[in-house]
Design a protein around this ligand. Structure first.
Ligand SMILES: [Zn+2]
Length: 396
């Protein structure tokens, strides 16, 4: 079995080891060592990268035999002594995220009674899934702030982080946050005076090295509550990015970051009113234009208004509804909502004997469109050419 050097020293970045096995598989080489400081993917923490001998690490994982396997891009000689070098920024980032996970899990447990089920550290954000009392899958923003305050208070107090393998007797007496999932070689990670749990991961030696922990999302996921968070450098990078976006946006709107939300709300309200007014004007203008046009008549004396209008489905519905208040009107209206794609409203006055639903359906189908409805009012969608096709059917 490989001796796992990271258990005792998470800060060990270089080490020497003897190659005990090297097997070619799928264009890469699976290497075992007598000892290793490379962390294998486990407990939600991703594997370490770096170099081993003259090879680059592609993956590190725990095999079915519970031993550590290093997937590398070049063969290493069995029996040879090799030098391993760990990609420290990547490892330290994982240490910050992993300790952040324990501290958030601890706060959720102590403050709200939530039991953390699993951790997942991805390349951008880390998540923990939490079983909350009574199965709730969300918490209030006040509770999120309480958890953040609890965690960051301990970071600022720089509480110690300790990792060790207790004897069976000692293990029984420890106030663990939850029971260990393994029964032998149980490793304990304790952060400060009130957080202790079984864990095989790598952690900083003090909480202060996390710098900052920020919760960036709480949402239901598979019946549990999923908490997304950033720790350390990731939290700082996020603050810098959010700071830049907030200040750039505020400058564009000639306001301050403090007034940004109120400013945007006022803009949305003004935009809503402007859109409403624009729709009213477009409707009135279209109705007016059609009413005063020389419209073609069917052989039964029905005035036919066939138009494509600038607007949307609501606008043409409004215009059609206005026009059919008069007698002897058949109104075929379309609006191109995106290139090559139009919506249609076909409507008629009560005294006109044309089935609008059937007319729209007959015109739309050969052109791959859809539509239908009542004898006096129909709606559909498809190619803009449907409008001319329907007009043609009326005058045949
Ligand atoms: Zn852990």
């Amino acid at each position: 079995m490989t001796e796992r050097l990271y258990y005792d020293d998470a800060y060990l970045t270089e080490f020497d080891a003897v190659v005990t096995e090297c097997v070619a598989a799928d264009g890469r080489y699976l290497v075992r060592l007598d000892r290793s400081a490379f962390y294998p993917t486990s407990g939600g923490q991703p594997y370490d990268m770096g170099t081993l001998g003259g090879a680059n690490i592609l993956d590190v994982y725990v095999g079915e035999d519970h031993d550590v396997y290093h997937a590398v891009d070049a063969p290493l000689k069995v029996g040879e002594r090799v030098h391993g070098k760990i990609d420290w920024p990547r490892r330290f980032d994982h240490m910050q995220q992993h300790a952040g996970d324990h501290m958030i899990a601890s706060a959720l447990w102590r403050l709200l009674g939530g039991v953390t089920i699993g951790l997942h550290i991805s390349h951008d954000v880390s998540t923990i899934d939490v079983a909350m009392p009574e199965g709730v899958t969300r918490i209030s923003s006040e509770d999120i702030r309480r958890v953040e305050a609890d965690v960051n208070e301990r970071i600022q107090r720089d509480v110690p982080v300790k990792c060790w393998f207790p004897e069976a007797e000692e293990l029984k007496s420890l106030p663990l946050r939850k029971p260990p999932t393994v029964s032998e070689h149980v490793r304990i990670v304790a952060i400060g005076e009130d957080e202790m749990v079984a864990c095989g991961g790598t952690h900083p030696s003090t909480a202060g090295q996390l710098g900052l922990v920020k919760i960036v999302g709480v949402a239901p996921a598979r019946g549990k509550m999923r908490v997304s968070f950033l720790a350390g450098q990731r939290a700082l990078a996020d603050y810098q990015s959010v700071y830049d976006i907030a200040h750039t946006t505020a400058a564009q709107l000639s306001t301050s970051v403090e007034n940004l939300a109120a400013h945007v709300a006022a803009m949305q309200e003004a935009l809503k009113r402007a859109k409403f007014e624009l729709n009213r004007l477009r409707r009135d203008s279209a109705v007016n234009e059609i009413q005063h046009s020389d419209l073609p008549l069917t052989d039964k004396g029905v005035r036919v208004a066939a138009r494509m209008l600038a607007g949307d489905a609501n606008l043409i519905k409004d215009v059609a509804s206005q026009l059919i208040k008069q007698d002897n009107m058949a109104v075929l209206l379309g609006a191109e909502v995106e290139p090559g794609q139009a919506v249609f409203v076909f409507a008629r006055s009560q005294n006109v004997d044309i089935h609008m639903g059937q007319l729209l359906s007959r015109a739309a189908k050969p052109l791959g469109g859809k539509g239908g409805g009542r004898p006096d009012f129909a709606q559909g969608g498809g190619a803009p050419a449907i409008l001319e096709a329907a007009k043609g059917l009326l005058f045949n």
